[in-house]
Design a protein around this ligand. Structure first.
Ligand SMILES: Nc1ncnc2c1ncn2[C@@H]1O[C@H](COP(=O)(O)OP(=O)(O)O)[C@@H](O)[C@H]1O
Ligand SMILES: N[C@@H](CC(=O)OP(=O)(O)O)C(=O)O
Length: 457
């Protein structure tokens, strides 16, 4: 087995020809970068639209039987501009044009599979084009079609997860002869349909390949120099994280560190492959390493702080709830009946709060669930709280430091921000606070200031 790396380049790194030029320089600078995972072209500037989003429009217009020629041309023009940047002769784009324009003519099992197939083509066409450009520049490279290499995923068209046999199939890839250019974001169901991971899922493809091929490391190239302690859109010039553990990243990514997909940690953990998040625009910088817990000694109390606004909570109060055998079971059965998973369930003696991902709820399911809970448990109070945000503070260093919780709560309360809920994660490396949505970003700022500005004064 050869020593190799998997390198994934995000949409921001592949947005146009100039960005792709930087990517190619990075690829050829290290012979170990043998497997390259590509996203679809992302935004070229703040007001631009990602190719994935253009494809979603194309899919919707197709479903509504509208004229799709303009959107199809807009998508094709993104690829054409990249090809032209490298003076790739236009005949190389004939196949790409055909695949793109004919997407609307295929038969799909249903609207969800149609949407998945359209979305996946952002990555598929980009990987195909990048392999052609590399060959044109004299760099040996081959496009890998997920269908031909057995990249199998579950039959959930737009929220798939990998099937175990995919790992054995990908381990057979002919690594070493030429660079393998693999499109991220999607796989094939056992029935042969395209299904995508959730949004941002090219990170997952990279991690699966890194695990299957026992890569030395998984490099994830993006548009920031490092993963920062807090989202740079919320905190000005936040401190960079040099090294963090898998479980810290998993908790932070889950709660909103959008720089790395939370599900992408899992294959990396399974294969114990270290992850290096780096900047395509400054590849000489060390970036952030995400490593196994065994290889890590915390130097800070907290590693990261993040807020997430896409939650809704159901508050239930009933005296003597703690004595009622089977109460939680009844609740879980109701959630199962409506096929709704829950995120957290902090509880007190007479009450509990169930926190849901609001994207999974419709007004109708909320109403039906409430009616069922009312009938099954007869609570004294049952109330949906939609104005709900979660602040997650994460750090391996939190376990061994006394008074951290107090300090976190004080830094928020001092600024008059009400806390609806406090939940110490079972892993003891995280603390979760519930606040109103409008307060969430400020809560992150104040916690950051307490631990990173006041402590270092
Ligand atoms: N804590 C954080 N550290 C760094 N970037 C963050 C953080 N939280 C959110 N981000 C955002 O994540 C973005 C990179 O992720 P993404 O847009 O998915 O990149 P790509 O297009 O490379 O896949 C950054 O531009 C930044 O705005
Ligand atoms: N292109 C897909 C998958 C992805 O991972 O993209 P990016 O690397 O730009 O986050 C999306 O927009 O969801």
């Amino acid at each position: 087995m050869i020593v190799m790396k998997v390198a994934k380049f995000g949409g921001s790194s592949l947005a146009d020809g100039a960005q792709l030029k930087k990517v190619i320089k990075i690829i050829v600078a290290d012979d170990k970068r043998q497997v390259i995972v590509t996203s679809a072209p992302g935004k070229r500037d703040k007001n631009d639209t990602k190719v994935t989003d253009l494809l979603i429009t194309y899919a919707k217009q197709t479903l509504q039987r509208q004229d799709t020629s303009a959107i199809c041309q807009a998508i094709f023009d993104r690829y054409l501009a990249i090809a032209q940047y490298f003076a790739l002769p236009e005949e190389n784009l004939t196949e790409l044009h055909k695949i793109l324009f004919e997407l609307k003519d295929h038969v799909y099992p249903d609207a969800k599979y149609l949407m998945a197939a359209f979305k996946a083509h952002g990555e598929r066409l980009n990987a195909y084009l990048i392999a052609k450009i590399l060959n044109h520049l004299g760099i040996k490279a081959r496009f890998i079609n997920p269908k031909e290499v057995g990249f199998l995923v579950t039959s959930e068209p737009n929220n798939a997860t990998v099937l175990p046999q995919t790992y054995q199939a990908l381990a057979q890839l002919p690594v070493g002869e030429e660079r393998l250019i693999v499109p991220g974001f999607f796989g094939l169901t056992k029935e042969g349909q395209i299904a995508t991971f959730s949004r941002g899922g090219s990170d997952i493809t990279g991690a699966i390949l890194a695990c299957a091929l026992k890569a030395e490391c998984y490099e994830n190239f993006t548009d920031v120099d490092a993963i920062y302690v807090a989202n740079p859109k919320i905190v000005t010039d936040p401190a960079a994280i040099t090294t963090m553990t898998y479980r810290e990243m998993r908790e932070l990514a889950y709660a909103g560190f959008s720089v790395f997909h939370d599900e992408a940690i899992i294959p990396a953990i399974q294969g114990q492959v270290p992850i290096n998040v780096k900047n395509t625009n400054h590849p000489e910088l060390p970036g952030t390493w995400i490593v196994p817990e065994t290889d890590f000694m915390p130097t800070q109390t907290i590693t990261g702080v993040v807020n997430s606004n896409h939650f809704s909570a159901l508050y239930l109060h009933k005296y003597l709830l703690n004595k009622e055998v089977g109460a939680t079971l009844k609740l879980l059965e109701i959630m199962y009946k409506y096929q709704i998973s829950y995120e957290h369930m902090p509880s007190g003696i007479d009450d509990l709060t169930i926190i849901f991902d609001s994207d999974l709820l419709t007004p109708e399911t909320k109403q039906l669930m409430c009616e069922d809970i009312q009938a099954a448990l007869q609570p004294d109070q049952l109330e949906w709280i939609d104005d709900y945000a979660i602040i997650m503070v994460v750090g391996e260093g939190m376990r061994d430091h006394k008074g951290v919780t107090q300090k976190i709560i004080d830094s928020v309360s001092e600024h008059d921000i009400g806390i609806h809920m406090i939940n110490q994660g079972a892993s003891r490396i995280s603390l979760m606070l519930g606040t109103k949505r409008a307060d969430a970003a400020n809560a992150v700022k104040y916690i950051y200031q307490t631990f990173f500005e006041e402590e270092n004064k």
